[in-house]
Design a binder for this molecule. Structure first.
Ligand code: SF4
Ligand code: SF4
Length: 315
């Protein structure tokens, strides 16, 4: 092989990977979702991803936030439910891997640390349950608020008042995605004006007077970001209630992966398993087709497999 062909092959191997395409799709999706900054007006579309409820520049809706809000408004959440079901049935959690802005941010954070922390399988299996527990708590709050408001408006309003900001959209009050795309931009904007109009000590006392809820939001956000640098997609794996709902619904999705046994000559090599950010036990799953609830279809396993034994399968 000539020197030029070797260089070409190296360039092709480096850049013609699915991950390059995925990064481009994630970036375009990010720009599309927040394209109001380019003067685009909002469109009536919900997506099963975490964007942010309060972001000014967003043009599409977050299905999970809309789901909670419609329940609070005593309206059957048919539109977000249909969104979740349709996406889950056809594409599983592929939007988590390819479109979700908060997933994209976590993928970028994973580049901060070259060496990532390994979570043992037992701990991983225990931590996974946290997101289902969070989903259960959020659904419990949303449904009990809705039911009590319908059954007895006065008692329901007392119950909602006792929950404070958690009555309307229990998840989004502390969602790190909302903190990133809605709260922090507003904070930076007011800080920018404060720098010109106020003294240093006035700004410091302004920061010190943040509400406890805001401090909790900020702590959660920075903890999630730091964790994402050490453990790729840790929020998606262990905490995201939207991901948990999609995982429950996408067990029988049309989209899946298959592993060709004739090509997977070294099942014990486990290169694909080690490449998987979601710790899916690929080699232990049925080879004809698997759609593991944790799989976000990032296709890193396909890029990693040296014998090209893995492929997407639809249906
Ligand atoms: S699990 Fe949650 S944060 Fe992660 S990609 Fe899916 S929706 Fe986004
Ligand atoms: S199994 Fe493959 S496609 Fe699914 S999350 Fe893991 S690496 Fe990504």
């Amino acid at each position: 092989m000539g020197e030029n062909s070797v260089i070409l092959k190296k360039l092709r191997d480096k850049f013609l990977k699915i991950q390059t395409l995925r990064g481009i799709v994630q970036l375009i999706s990010f720009i599309f979702i927040y394209s109001m900054i380019f003067g685009v007006t909002p469109i009536p579309l919900l997506l099963p991803v975490l964007s942010s409820m309060g972001a000014q520049s967003k043009i599409v809706g977050e299905a999970f936030a809309t789901f909670q809000y419609m329940l609070f408004e005593r309206t059957f959440p048919w539109l977000p439910l249909a969104t979740f079901l349709l996406f889950a049935i056809f594409l599983g959690r592929a939007f988590c891997g390819w479109v979700c802005p908060f997933g994209f941010i976590q993928d970028l954070m994973a580049y901060v640390k070259r060496r990532h922390k390994e979570v043992s399988l037992d701990m991983h299996r225990s931590f996974i349950k946290i997101k289902y527990l969070l989903l259960g708590i959020i659904l419990f709050i949303s449904f009990t608020v809705a039911i009590s408001l319908v059954a007895s408006p006065s008692a329901g309003e007392r119950y909602a008042r006792s929950l404070g900001p958690f009555a309307e959209t229990p998840f989004n009050v502390l969602s790190p995605s909302d903190t990133m795309f809605a709260v922090l931009p507003k904070m930076f904007l007011s800080l920018r004006f404060a720098i010109y109009e106020q003294s240093f000590w006035q700004i410091v006392s302004g920061i010190a007077s943040f509400s406890p809820l805001l401090w909790i939001r900020l702590i959660i956000f920075f903890a999630v970001m730091i964790l994402a640098a050490y453990i790729p997609r840790s929020w998606c794996k262990y905490f995201c209630p939207n991901g948990a709902l999609m995982a429950l619904l996408s067990r029988f999705s049309f989209l899946g992966l298959k592993r060709e046994l004739t090509k997977c000559t070294r099942a014990e090599c486990r290169i694909c398993v080690e490449a998987c950010p979601m710790k899916v036990r690929i080699t232990e799953l049925p080879w004809e087709k698997f759609n593991d609830p944790e799989c976000i279809y990032c296709l890193k396993c396909i890029d990693a497999c040296p014998t090209k034994a893995l492929k997407p399968k639809f249906p």
